[in-house]
Design a binder for this molecule. Structure first.
Ligand SMILES: Nc1ncnc2c1ncn2[C@@H]1O[C@H](COP(=O)(O)OP(=O)(O)OP(=O)(O)O)[C@@H](O)[C@H]1O
Length: 552
């Protein structure tokens, strides 16, 4: 595989699963189960991502192929490394397909686990340190013509040496447009891509409005959400449906108009949001307790106009990273008890569940497979930033004043906040909202009619007098079922072995077809084995509909 980085680790090939001893399960994503394991050869601790093949007939999941292909090519300290693949052959059942595992370095935490861990309090210097590394990773990806397309806290891994790495490239793809240039936003895309990407809470407004010609700016929006999440200790935009997601985004950053988001009214998904009550935005007020430079960076990352949204190059140079307190050096950060997505689920089951990652759409790296990691620019540890706080590890310093918890309800910003406290410690009104229904179970308030050609967005229901969306009986679709929030494809019906795609194609080259997706979690598997209820039948009809939309 071509690469321009001579230091890139070579991919060593395939080990046997017997070379590893499983220690503990870490995460259960949409596409695989991740476990902590010890290598019997070297004793090193690794993470094994088991690639779930739901439907034997479909073969190896295209999402996993995409992830492996990309990870093999990429080489950057802030991007997770794929060390090798491991294979598990089923000795007793020789006909059974072998199970494959991705072997990656073990990372002690994911950021979602950390932000929701009540024992972990971030300092602002720490947040700066993580943000710098995240932006370095994104700069590398974008410079290498890669869109990540699922930027979220759960896909950001951190180890106890303070190293941050971007993970989960199941939705990533090659970007055909020009690489963003310093001082010039994120540029213009040259072709269309699917909008069925990015987990809802981190999805940028242009995707919600169905811009298909999107740019690396979609990842920068996600970085903005993650940035603010580190202060608030919870995702900042927990939309209950796609339309509600757009609504709460506009409440935060203001309604779109031709000044702040030129061209928005021509986007196919704008019809429903035109009915929203105009919003002025409350970003500055909601984050009033942040340092003004942090507010400014956040506003740049959460800019409605995707063309002007700050790119990774400029974000790295933002004055925020040169203001006090200076970013910690990764090696000076404190060590924390391991925290992963699963621990979070165990400890906070009552809290809102994240909407599942979308199944993604068009597959592959684009026509140009010759692009190399690094795009010819020089990357390598440490990142280009030189302004770290060099006073050494915290425990060797004069103790700082006790950290003041970041409180988004404080009346005004006077001194920079020093630390964040998990949201549930701030009082009842800052707790998470009640558990939203899983989106694929039609928990959405958005019940759009089918697009006439598969490209146009669904038209949302008209607003009620109070500006909120009134529920409306969904129109029938050609297959006899109502429609759903099409941006969160469901995987369960698509996984039924008997679920033939509408065109009868069954192979894994049905681009973007979600049947290769395993259940997002065990609950889904349970659902599949239950007896058919009217609810379930209805769901399955919805899912058929989704599949058809998705295939397009
Ligand atoms: N190298 C690693 N070290 C430690 N934990 C990891 C590692 N890779 C993944 N994890 C854990 O497993 C979880 C799921 O991993 P990943 O996002 O790669 O799976 P996925 O099936 O693609 O998930 P998703 O449904 O979010 O797309 C992560 O959020 C993290 O908690």
């Amino acid at each position: 595989m071509a690469t321009t980085d001579p230091n890139q680790r070579r991919f060593r090939g395939c080990a046997g699963i017997d070379d590893f001893e499983i220690v503990q399960k870490l995460g259960e994503g949409t596409f695989g189960v991740v476990s902590k394991a010890r290598s019997r050869r070297s004793g090193t601790i690794v993470a094994l991502k088991k690639i779930l093949i739901h439907n034997e007939k479909d073969g190896f999941p295209i999402t996993a192929l995409r992830e492996i292909k990309l990870l093999k090519m990429l080489s950057h300290p802030n991007v997770l490394t794929l060390q090798e693949m491991a294979v598990e052959r089923h000795k007793k059942d020789v006909k059974k397909r072998a199970t494959l595992y991705m072997v990656c370095p073990y990372m002690d935490h994911d950021l979602a686990g950390m932000t929701t861990n009540p024992d972990i309090t971030f300092t602002e210097a720490q947040i700066k340190c993580y943000m710098l590394q995240l932006l370095e990773g994104l700069r590398y990806l974008h410079d290498s013509h890669i869109l990540h397309r699922d930027m979220k806290a759960a896909n950001i891994l951190i180890n106890n040496r303070g190293l941050l790495q971007i993970a989960d490239f199941g939705l990533a793809r090659h970007y055909d447009g020009p690489v963003p240039q310093p001082g010039r936003g994120n540029g213009e895309a040259v072709r269309d891509y699917t909008t069925l990407v990015v987990t809802r809470w981190y999805r940028p407004p242009e995707l919600l409005l169905q811009l298909r010609r999107y740019t690396p700016a979609i990842d920068m929006w996600g970085a903005g959400c993650v940035f603010a999440e580190m202060f608030e200790g919870r995702p900042i935009l927990e939309g209950k449906s796609d339309l509600n997601q757009a609504q709460i985004i506009f409440e935060l950053v203001g309604s779109p108009n031709e000044d702040n988001m030129p061209g928005w009214s021509q986007l196919p998904g704008c019809e429903g949001v035109k009915e929203f009550e105009p919003q002025r935005g409350n970003l500055r007020n909601r984050f009033r307790n942040l340092h003004p430079e942090a507010q400014n960076l956040l506003a740049e990352l959460l800019k409605l106009d995707w063309r002007k949204r700050i790119n990774a190059w400029d974000a790295l140079k933002h004055p925020y990273f040169h203001s006090q307190p200076l970013p910690s050096r990764p090696e000076d950060l404190p060590r924390f008890e391991e925290s992963h997505e699963l621990d979070r689920r165990k400890h906070h089951e009552k809290r809102a569940a994240m909407p599942p990652a979308p199944a993604g759409g068009t597959v592959g790296m684009g026509p140009d497979e010759a692009w190399g990691a690094g795009g010819g620019r020089n990357y390598g540890p440490p990142n280009g930033y030189t302004g770290y706080d060099r006073r050494g590890p915290r425990d060797q310093r004069v103790p700082p004043p006790p950290p003041r918890a970041y409180d988004s309800r404080a009346p005004s910003h006077d001194t920079p906040p020093l630390a964040r406290r998990p949201a549930w410690q701030n009082g009842p009104d800052s707790r998470r909202p009640p558990l939203p229904p899983p989106p694929h179970m039609n928990g959405s308030s958005h019940l759009p009619p089918p697009p006439p050609n598969g490209h146009l967005p669904p038209r949302p229901p008209p607003p009620a007098a109070d500006g909120r969306l009134a529920p409306r009986a969904p129109p029938p679709n050609p297959r006899g079922g109502p429609n759903v929030d099409t941006y969160i494809p469901s995987y369960s019906a698509a996984r039924r072995d008997d679920a033939a795609p509408p065109n009868g194609r069954r192979n894994s080259r049905d681009h973007g077809y979600p049947r290769d997706r395993p259940p997002p979690n065990a609950r889904d598997r349970d659902r599949r084995t239950r007896s058919r209820s009217p609810d379930r039948e209805r769901r399955e009809r919805l899912q058929d509909r989704e599949r058809e939309l998705y295939r397009r």
